[in-house]
Design a protein around this ligand. Structure first.
Ligand code: PMP
Length: 456
């Protein structure tokens, strides 16, 4: 059985013959024909606890039995309160702000996904500056080859030509700088510190060009996921960025929709960068795929400035603070903490990179293996020496995705890696409950998938 041509579904890709997923267990998904697929990418870095996790499903069922939903214009609810408290506490610890109990802590705004979280962050940044009397601050700067989302505001941030080409006339023309992407942009005469500094300086140039008085915020993915394939910043890049944002009075928003919630081995990815953003967005692993949820964590001063000036944040969606969604998020956070899964994310991430490096050591088309925790990327090239990118016309990402499925593996290939158009990578983002045997299985299936393919 498969999706079939008579279906009434408006599919993502109507040319694809989708198997029907009927069951999940641990790190495997099963289709209606009984075929088993190993989840090597958490879907798109979502499924962090695997499928049918008994504790998680019972937390959601319990919430449904007491209160599925009560509209948050009239009520708050217990899971929203508890999850906000946990996330604000994690933010406080990540900020090294243990002693200062006088400062107002972070506030958490719950939405239904990553695009909504970034839309919310855009509006928060704007309303914050209007509240401070800086009405001219209306531009958002972001980076080329970033994701951020598919709604029009988030897509205006995203430096993703493939996804935004058709909608150009509908999007904001906001300034973009290059990503910090050592494999392509670090010069032979630079070390990572020098490159990180040079890359961060491009933000300062963009600010000077457009005027700090016109810029509300700078948005970046702390570890770039779907569009670059798990690229971490070089040297002290984010420290430099933080300093530039402070000096020019621009808010720093980190998009951790993919890299956060433990995916890169710390709850917030920024913990490894030695800085604290003004706003951070979360989604994906926060609900582990069991419920649609996203969150915007904003420093207390942003909340307080807006409330003092306007009484409230001018925004809202039907499902803000949804009780069942936040109950799922609360259970996910608890399971990760109680089972110390971040230690497993770090251990399995190291093992995965090591095994990939060993298996693909001599592969002529694997240019780079990179990432942090269980967000790992493999950049594919035409030629390993010259790093010439694979041609977009080859359609390699979709070929790999389908071939991997035929080999019983779910992975997340992407294109446009090198320059937004050409280049390709495979993103691996397995559930945090992976064992060494799952890592072996993933690497074996990936090797089998790539073996017969042409990269030129
Ligand atoms: N930001 C990042 C970094 C993402 O990877 C994604 C999704 N791939 C989004 C935002 C958008 O999230 P959603 O698809 O839940 O709207």
């Amino acid at each position: 059985m498969n999706s079939g041509s008579k279906s009434d579904v408006f599919y993502r890709d109507p040319t694809n013959d989708y198997p029907v997923a009927v069951r999940g267990e641990g790190v495997y998904v099963y289709d209606a024909n009984g075929r088993q697929y190993l989840d090597g990418s958490g879907g798109a870095a979502i499924s962090c606890l695997g499928y049918c996790h008994p504790e998680l499903t019972s937390a959601i069922k319990n919430q449904l039995d007491s209160l599925a939903f009560a509209h948050t214009t009239a009520f708050t609810n217990q899971p929203q309160e508890q999850l906000a408290e946990r996330l604000a506490e994690r933010f406080r610890l990540a900020s090294g702000d243990e002693a200062d109990a006088t400062r107002n802590g972070a506030k958490v705004y719950f939405v239904s996904g990553g695009s909504e979280a970034n839309e919310t962050a855009i509006k928060l940044a704007r309303q914050y500056w209007v509240a401070r009397g800086c009405d001219s601050k209306q531009l958002m700067i972001s980076r080329n080859q970033s994701y951020h989302g598919n709604t029009l505001g988030a897509l205006s941030l995203a430096g993703n030509p493939g996804r935004s080409k058709l909608y150009g006339p509908l999007l904001q023309k906001w300034p973009k700088i290059d990503a910090c992407y050592a494999y392509r942009h670090q010069r032979p005469d630079e070390d990572s510190i020098a490159y990180g500094k040079r890359s961060a300086a491009t933000l300062e140039s963009a600010i000077e060009e457009h005027g700090a008085e016109n810029i509300a915020a700078f948005f970046a993915e702390t570890v770039v996921g779907a569009t670059l394939g798990a690229v971490t910043a070089s040297g002290n890049y984010f420290r430099e960025i933080r300093e530039i944002c402070d000096r020019h009075e621009i808010l720093l928003v980190l998009d951790e929709v993919m890299a956060g919630s433990g995916r890169t081995g710390s709850w917030f990815a920024f913990e490894r960068e030695g800085i604290v953003p003004d706003i951070v967005t979360l989604a994906k692993a926060l609900g582990a795929g069991y419920q649609p949820i996203g969150a915007v964590v904003a420093q207390g001063f942003i909340h307080d400035t807006i409330v003092d000036a306007f009484g409230q944040f001018a925004h809202g969606h039907t499902y803000v603070g949804h009780a069942t969604a936040t109950a799922a998020g609360l259970a996910v956070e608890s399971i990760i903490a109680q089972q110390d899964l971040l230690a497993n994310v770090n251990a399995m991430g190291t093992l995965l990179k090591k095994e990939l490096a060993a298996v693909f050591e001599d592969h002529p088309h694997i240019g780079d293996i990179r990432g942090r925790g269980l967000l790992v990327g493999i950049e594919l090239v035409k030629d390993r020496q010259s790093r010439e990118p694979v041609d977009a016309a080859l359609g390699l990402p979709e070929t790999i995705r389908r071939a991997a499925m035929d080999n019983g593996l779910i992975c997340y290939p992407g294109g446009g890696t090198a320059d937004g158009i050409n280049g390709a990578h495979i993103l691996l983002a397995p559930p945090y409950i992976y064992t060494a045997a799952h890592v072996d299985e993933l690497v074996t299936k990936l090797k089998r998938t790539l073996a017969p393919l042409s990269f030129v």
